[in-house]
Design a binder for this molecule. Sequence first.
Ligand code: ZN
Ligand code: ZN
Ligand code: ZN
Length: 254
Amino acid sequence: MIVTFLGTGTSQGIPVIGCRCNVCRSLDFRDKRLRTSIHVGIENKSFIIDSGPDFRQQVLRERISSLDALIFTHEHKDHTAGMDDVRSFNFLQNKNMPVYGTHKVLEQLKKEFEYAFTEVKYPGVPLIDLIEITNTPFQIDGIRFLPIEVMHHKIPVFGYRINNFSYITDANFISAREMEKLKGSEIIVLDALQKTEHISHFTLDQALEILEKLKPKQAYLIHLSHRMGLHQEVENELPAGVSLAYDGLKIEIK
Ligand SMILES: [Zn+2]
Ligand SMILES: [Zn+2]
Ligand SMILES: [Zn+2]
């Protein structure tokens, strides 16, 4: 299984439009972060979790030429805005794109992309099959996904565990019951926005505290704000086994 970080930035991305801070002006490629999303390649299947506003350029950058399903974590725009571009895969693969999400997420997609769900469709709109999921394991093409429901201020967000890999974005609370599902993961990807307190995301210290309890072999932090600091500087401060993810990073999970 190969996971590629398509984007690791928070909702505005880095650089932030108009910002002159040292992170936004950094020349280190790891300080340039598109909106958060990953690609999962497993057993010749190709999945993407979330399609934010940068979906098209992420897919082009990673030369992803097939997609078996798109799976959503939650309905925020920085995770959904790019869904229209799955139509390229409709043309390539000559079939509808299966899209997975909770009832609430699917309702939001129907509103945001209303033109794609009308009875009579304008030629060329994305062709989508919506598949509703709940907080129980499900399979896509024989691959098992275990949802992990976390809280993002007041909205529930789904993280996913695939084998020994767990992926959690946009969270500031994980219940004891859902923490159980994460136990034993070798690799954990977790939301850590910045160092200072935030209403809907874990801070760096809060994320490290959770990882300390779960003790994965390796953890990667995502959904980073420019306020987190320069990639290299923050990386030097992190404990062993924890890294900041960066756009384009690929990890192999056995
Ligand atoms: Zn987000
Ligand atoms: Zn900045
Ligand atoms: Zn969000």
